[in-house]
Design a protein around this ligand. Sequence first.
Ligand code: NB4
Ligand code: NI
Length: 212
Amino acid sequence: MTTQDERQNKLIRPSHYITMDDIIREGNPTLRGVAERVALPLSNEDILLGEKMIQFLRNSQDPVMAEKLELRAGVGLAAPQLDISKRIIALLVPSEPKFDEEGNEVPSKEDYALNTVMYNARIISHSVEEAAIATGEGCLSVDREVPGYVVRHARVTIEYYDKNSEKKKIRLKGFHSMVPQHEIDHTDGIMFYDRIDPENPWKMREGMQIID
Ligand code: NB4
Ligand code: NI
């Protein structure tokens, strides 16, 4: 028997890199539970876990590290995916690549549109308009493809606590709003395919924005 605290203490050891072996897969009941809010001000353990989650995402997007550690690429991660039933999510979304006058890509190595750990994140308001990623979604806890539009809010306002235990509010739209919605769902036991129409997965809904 291992307790959640024991699992968290292993994950946050300085020498540990989070890999796919740390990520639980569908069928594990933790993914269907509602995660607990974290205590504030944040404990060192919860701050360190957030840092490890961001490190995982950075490694997963680095071709060399991803191959070495056999990681699938990710732009978000939620603590329940590590079998830690806490409301902690990490978001790491690279900025759009920039191009000069000749159309060459300007290398911008560490440039992120979103690079945040959110504690106790909640959607405090959202648009009536819906949106979905054109290609559908994948999940690091799901080892199969589930095709279809994952219907989400087009715009959200999220309230959360940052790594300094400070309360923040952020408005997000487009792709940037899809990532935290996928992660907040994990803290509520919701999987992306719960939001796909089972009858007609690629059915276009009235006014739904398609993000590509
Ligand atoms: C979370 C996302 C699924 C849809 C859209 C996308 C990828 C995930 C899951 C919304 C949130 C992880 C967490 C990607 C990816 C684009 C940016 C930068 C360079 C490769 C990377 C690939 F990896 N989803 N994977 N899935 N999840 N875009 N990109 N690229 O991130 O299960 O709960 O490195
Ligand atoms: Ni996921």
